[in-house]
Ligand binder design. Structure first.
Ligand code: NBG
Length: 798
């Protein structure tokens, strides 16, 4: 492998010729990108091999993170940085007349997920490898990402996200390690002469799962872990009752899309198929790898821990039981004793609709043996609980099969040795509310692990200007020890530093401004206060509250001749689920507001509104660090943690937020002077729900609110008065489930406070610097350390 710039150049040129049969001068930029990618992956393979050997040599315990999503973002630059060859490659290419950033632009964001849970999984992968822990990812190789969002006439339009158009330079396919995953069929139960019961799967339909591995390269360490993506392929033995075409297209479908539409029965079966597909393949691979290394499975629980990222991978539990019992002849009690020491479960949401429940007949038909095992887990659980508590209700409430449904979260809690929430307030809600019965039964299982983000991607890589400033001010220890950011506290009063920070913010804004102009045609000014709300579109995240505030401002600007404020730019970015009508209409509302502003010079004197289409990791990388004000305004109690809030904070934005999720912990760290907390708290929300809440009363209390809400349906925003009817109805006729109206006045006041604070630019900069100084806690290195110490008990291997 290349040792310096000269070797690199020689090797690069040779490879271009060998691969494409053309000279470098005649090669296309995509060809250059593909060659560079391959070189870097091969470079990484050396450490990959060493890491695998070390794990075997040390007989180290390994952690497997099972997750339906890994939103890893582009890898070219971060891999170059992590391998420590960024400068060599950058300069080498420059001398060849190639601009590295042109090659970077060719890389697509991998379409391996949709939201917070998926990005968290990616941050964890980075921290694990960098801290030299053996921790791997297991997921699906989706052929298409969620969707590419286009905005047409203000509406979201979904286009295919063909992220694999150029292939995936980081993966290496390993057909040799394929496994077979069984579906459908029935189970034949027989007892042999020794009285041993056998469960034979009759007429299963097999799908071949083929692994494609991506090296996860740690920063400044040789440690390289594996992110395994499973792709579905046909088996040789085709089911007798199916024609080849149907079989092939069904196979392809399994790994085609992220979260296939579940509005039809067919779609729901497909989701279930996906879940079993990747967990069965993952568990089979772990088991056979373990046998190769140890020649026995007796110590599996000492060498393996599987972290279940939400409920999607929970079928791994009965699947491991099945493999241990049916294939390796363990008795139930032995198998259970291992399984219940291997799995740990993370909950990421308390939203009822996201706590998965599958109709019994789905699992029974698609996975007949797995269903029998779930039934037995349930039977034994209920008996045990009844024995222990003498309480039939307790047994029934915590059952994993009830009302004709399999409750996946319950199955996870019954079978795991650890159950964690993702922020303190979230874990409290799990203990006292959502899973209170389980908490009474197994208090020792419950623990809290506040989320984190990798500061290497979200600060060092995406904001080099700020990183340099921090290095100049406090040295570079924070890169490996993020808690060292605290040292910045000693400098926050320095005028020079405050000014440098503001200058950097302006530079970052300019980068964003150029991008936004290219994407939307809208021109922004760096002198404006950048106020950003970027996350999935959902009623509970309350993008609508922000919209009502904007409507209110527009109404004031138009009616009050004395109106004045510092210019503020409201930036939104969000994808809505394709079948979520309300959410899609909120996107239309945002774009409508944007058009109204663009058409009116008076309004533009004070505000701008812009919607950035197709929000994704690479957009977040330029959006978060250009922001002054971070919007975290969910209904208290609903946002499990949030991780965007941490990225904004780390890049010196001030939070305006409710006491929800990790905002609570941000607030504890920075205090009243350095964030702006408003609105109902969890207790207040509960009290309103308990005592009765009336959306109409809120309108009566506040004329300003009434006027803003009325604008939705009086033709003043849109000539068609029914355009936003669905939003209006949600607020008024469905009585405002997420208390948008109840928080309106408080939110407007909080925004006035923002305006007041922004007047004093130095004081503002100081607050931003304090936020940066306190953000080390939210590095995922800290989170991973907590998981390692409390749950995984794994050791560093290098
Ligand atoms: C999300 C929560 C966020 C949280 C992330 C990561 C899902 C199902 N949940 O609040 O909504 O930050 O998980 O834990 O993606």
């Amino acid at each position: 492998m290349f040792k310096n710039k000269f070797d690199f150049k020689k090797d690069f040129m040779r490879r271009v010729v060998e691969k494409y049969g053309r000279s470098l001068e005649n090669s296309h930029v995509t060809e250059q990108y593909l060659v560079l990618g391959e070189m870097i992956r091969q470079y990484a393979s050396i450490n990959w091999k060493t890491s695998k050997e070390r794990v075997i040599q040390l007989q180290a315990k390994q952690m497997y993170y099972f997750s339906m999503e890994f939103l890893i973002g582009r890898l070219l630059t971060s891999n170059l940085m992590n391998l420590g060859v960024y400068d060599t490659v950058n300069e080498g290419l420059k001398e060849l007349g190639i601009n590295l950033s042109d090659l970077e632009e060719i890389e697509q964001d991998p379409g391996l997920g949709n939201g917070g849970l998926g990005r968290l999984a990616a941050c964890f992968m980075d921290s694990l490898a960098t801290m030299s822990y053996p921790g791997h990812g297991n997921t699906i190789r989706y052929e298409y990402g969620l969707f590419k969002q286009k905005i047409q006439d203000g509406y979201q339009v979904e286009m295919p996200d063909q992220w694999l158009k150029l292939g995936n330079i980081w993966e290496i396919k390993k057909p040799k390690y394929s496994v077979k995953v069984p579906f459908w069929g029935k189970i034949d139960i027989t007892t042999d002469r020794e009285g041993i019961i056998h469960y034979d799967h009759i007429d299963p339909e097999y799908v071949r799962a083929v692994p494609c591995d991506i090296p996860i390269i740690g920063n400044a360490t040789d440690m390289t872990n594996t992110l395994r993506l499973w792709t579905s392929e046909p088996c040789e033995d085709i089911p007798a009752n199916k024609d080849l075409r149907t079989y092939l297209s069904e196979i392809k479908e399994i790994t085609q899309n992220v979260y296939p539409d579940d509005s039809t029965e067919r779609g729901r079966y497909l989701r279930l198929k996906q879940q079993y597909f990747f967990v069965s393949a993952g568990v089979q691979a772990i088991v056979s790898n373990h046998i190769t290394n140890y020649n026995t499975l007796d110590n599996l629980h000492e060498k393996v821990v599987i972290q279940l990222n939400d409920t999607h991978p929970v079928l791994a539990i009965p699947e491991l039981m099945r493999i241990l019992m049916d294939e390796h002849h363990y008795k139930w009690d032995q198998a259970w004793s291992m399984v219940s020491r291997i799995f740990a479960y993370t909950n990421h949401t308390i939203m009822e609709e996201a706590l998965e429940k599958w109709p019994i007949e789905y699992i029974k038909k698609l996975l007949p043996r797995v269903f029998m095992i779930i039934e037995e887990i349930n039977r034994r659980h209920k008996a045990k609980v009844y024995m222990k508590t003498n309480d039939q209700n307790m047994a029934q409430n915590t059952a994993c099969i009830k009302d004709g449904l399999v409750h996946m979260a319950n199955l996870a809690i019954i079978s795991s040795y650890s159950v964690n929430g993702v922020a303190e307030i979230h874990t409290d809600i799990l203990k006292t509310n959502v899973f209170r019965n389980f908490f009474q039964l197994y208090p020792e299982k419950f623990n809290s692990k506040t989320n984190g983000i990798t500061h290497r991607r979200w600060l060092v890589y995406s904001n080099p200007q700020l990183t340099q400033c921090l290095k100049d001010t406090i040295g570079d220890d924070f890169i490996y020890k993020p808690s060292e950011l605290e040292k910045l506290m000693g400098h926050v009063d320095e005028r020079g530093l405050q000014e440098r920070f503001l200058e950097i913010k302006a530079q970052r804004k300019q980068i964003l401004i150029d991008f936004i102009e290219k994407e939307t045609g809208i021109k922004l000014s760096p002198n404006s206060l950048f106020d950003t709300l970027a996350k999935r579109l959902h009623a509970y995240k309350r993008q609508l509250l922000k919209c009502l505030h904007i409507i209110y401002l527009i109404q004031r600007i138009k009616s009050d001749p004395d109106f004045n404020m510092h210019h503020q730019t409201f930036i939104f970015a969000a994808k809505a689920a394709p079948s979520y009508k309300f959410a899609k209409q909120v996107i239309k509302l945002i774009n409508t507001l944007s058009e109204i502003v663009e058409a009116d010079p008076l309004i533009q004197k004070y505000i701008k509104v812009v919607f950035i289409p197709n929000y994704r990791v690479s957009v977040a990388e330029i959006l978060m660090n250009a922001t002054d004000l971070s919007e975290q305004i969910s209904t208290a109690g609903k946002e499990a943690s949030g991780t965007g809030n941490m990225k904004f904070m780390m890049n010196g934005a001030i939070t305006i937020g409710t006491l929800d999720g990790a905002n609570v912990e941000i607030h504890q760290l920075v205090g009243n002077e350095n964030d702006i907390i408003f609105g109902l708290k969890v207790e207040d929300v509960n009290a309103l729900m308990y005592n009765g809440y009336s959306a109409r009363d809120e309108l009566k209390k506040s004329p300003a609110l009434n006027k803003a809400v009325t604008a939705l349906v009086d033709g003043s925003l849109h000539p068609n008065r029914d355009e936003f009817r669905i939003i209006y109805d949600e607020l008024i006729y469905k009585n405002d489930e997420y208390f948008v109206l109840a928080d309106f006045e408080a939110y407007c006041k909080a925004q006035e406070e923002v305006q007041r604070r922004y007047q004093d630019r130095h004081a503002w900069a100081k607050s931003c610097l304090i936020n940066i100084a306190k953000s080390g806690y939210f590095s995922s290195d800290r989170t991973i350390k907590n998981y390692v110490e409390d749950i995984w008990h794994i050791d560093k291997v290098l």
